[in-house]
Design a protein around this ligand. Structure first.
Ligand code: SDX
Length: 430
């Protein structure tokens, strides 16, 4: 059998299936003929063994703990680039030169303002509304001001939709936050760069000017870059699934935000802090009792911020964040007892065979919340920060899916294990 084929024998049928080569990483077996030629479907809940697309955006080697965007290592991008530089790389496949970057930054900075009618949109939410609910709703609402985004066909319409989403997300996030604390909305200032502007809208108050610390700007750039894209994760696969029906970019991204909000996905950063806070506050909760709960099959508690669908090694983003956390706390001239607890919890878990044997390591969410806290963000905003970072990754995947001739509307099969045929029974005979 040639090595470009995979052979599958089912009963008397022997199928030769094409193998599809990757530029790096695992090849794929093309099973698109399987049902027609062998009358079978595959069974793969969560698609852990199934590629949903060809992609050129992000490569992850889970065993080696390696993450690259368009070939560049995440560690290099995080330390050397701005978030908008990485956003451009994800969308257009190359790092911008200085002229391209300046034009891109200007394009973004001049589209940060929301339509004034959006104020009543935020006013309609209760103050206790979780900002992720506001963010996903507002993402759909923004598109209603621009008919072109409902059916974008030309490249410049798609590009301007991408720019609008990236430009306006910080404004939406900041206004959702201001609404939740009963403070007036702060308008964007186009003289500030992307992250400065977001901090300005988040923390400026009518009664006092809040200086923007360059160390906070740098740290937030790093954090947003580390969240920018991560292959076919749950939320990105959701964006592709919704977009595969030809739904527009805004509503596809809004659906991705819903997936990200789950505590097993992007909501984990908030859950990690809640877990660490319990250990800090509750005398009955210790490092050992927390580890024991995570190992207890009768307890649905999990060690939040640990484990990953792809990494069987240390998440390289967690490695950057762990080293960065202390640096940020030092620069902010603050300390956080939760950082020490996180370190002790990590050490205890990595020394425990339950975690070691299952190759469970800290993921991006384990340390990110501690840095977000140090930067002054409330816990309810942590997943929103993750979403702002992931916007370019979601858009890049939506764009790639729409230009891929192999794209089909998402419609998985199932293994039906329900009732066989039954005769109907009228109501008065049941
Ligand atoms: C993100 O996919 C991405 O790329 C996501 C992401 C991105 O950038 O988009 O990286 C962001 O979502 C990071 C993950 C954040 N979530 C958490 O930190 C929540 C805690 N982690 C888990 O719930 C879990 O690890 C998952 C959901 C992340 C992964 O789950 P899997 O791969 O389905 O693992 P599994 O359920 O098959 O677990 C394998 C074993 C099981 O035990 P056994 O059945 O073998 O006895 O490991 C155990 C699990 O019980 N396990 C854990 C655990 N994670 C897995 N046990 C305790 N604590 C954990 N955190």
């Amino acid at each position: 059998m040639s090595d470009s084929k995979a052979r599958l024998s089912i009963g008397d049928t022997i199928l030769e299936l094409d193998k599809l080569e990757a530029t790096v990483g695992q090849p794929a077996i093309d099973i698109r003929r399987l049902r027609a030629d062998a009358g079978h479907v595959t069974f793969d809940p969560g698609f852990a063994n199934t590629a949903n697309a060809r992609s050129e955006i992000t490569y992850i080697n889970g065993a080696a703990g390696e993450l690259r965007h368009r070939g560049y290592q995440i560690e290099d991008l995080a330390i050397n680039c701005s978030f908008l530089e990485v956003a451009y790389l994800l969308l257009y496949g190359k790092l911008p030169n200085r002229t391209e970057l300046e034009a891109w930054e200007l394009d973004i900075s001049t589209h940060t303002l929301l339509n004034e009618e959006m104020r009543s949109f935020f006013d309609a939410f209760p103050r206790r509304a979780h900002p992720m609910a506001v963010l996903s709703s507002a993402t759909n609402a923004i598109s209603t001001f621009y008919d072109v985004y409902r059916r974008p066909t030309r490249k410049q319409e798609i590009d301007s939709g991408a720019r609008t989403l990236i430009a306006k997300m910080p404004t939406v996030a900041a206004w959702a936050f201001k609404k939740s604390i009963g403070e007036p909305y702060v308008y964007p200032d186009n003289n500030l760069d992307y992250v400065e502007n977001f901090l300005h809208m988040m923390f400026t108050r009518p009664v006092e000017d809040v200086p923007i610390d360059p160390a906070v700007v740098k740290a937030l750039n790093v954090l947003l870059i580390l969240h920018a894209d991560h292959g076919q994760n749950c939320s990105t696969a959701t964006v592709r699934a919704v977009g595969s029906s030809r739904a527009n970019m805004f509503t596809s991204v809004a659906a991705g935000m819903g997936a990200l909000w789950g505590p097993l996905h992007g909501g984990a950063n908030q859950s990690v802090i809640e877990m660490l806070q319990v250990i800090h506050d509750d005398p009955d909760a210790t490092i050992d009792s927390t580890i024991a709960r995570a190992k207890d099959k009768d307890d649905d508690f999990r060690l939040m911020g640990f484990g990953h669908r792809v990494y069987s090694n240390y998440d390289p983003r967690a490695r950057v964040l762990k080293s960065y956390a202390e640096d940020v706390l030092d620069r902010m001239e603050t300390s956080d007892p939760l950082l020490e607890i996180a370190r002790e919890l990590e050490a205890a878990a990595l020394a425990d065979d339950y975690f070691a044997s299952r190759k469970l390591y800290p993921n991006v969410d384990f340390y990110s919340g501690i840095i977000f806290r140090a930067l002054g963000f409330p816990e309810r905003m942590f997943t929103v920060l993750f979403a702002i970072g992931r916007i370019p990754g979601w858009i890049a995947n939506w764009m790639e899916m729409n230009s891929d001739p192999d794209t089909r509307i998402m419609r998985p099969r199932q293994l039906y294990v329900g009732e066989t045929a039954r005769d109907f029974v009228p109501l008065d005979q049941r």
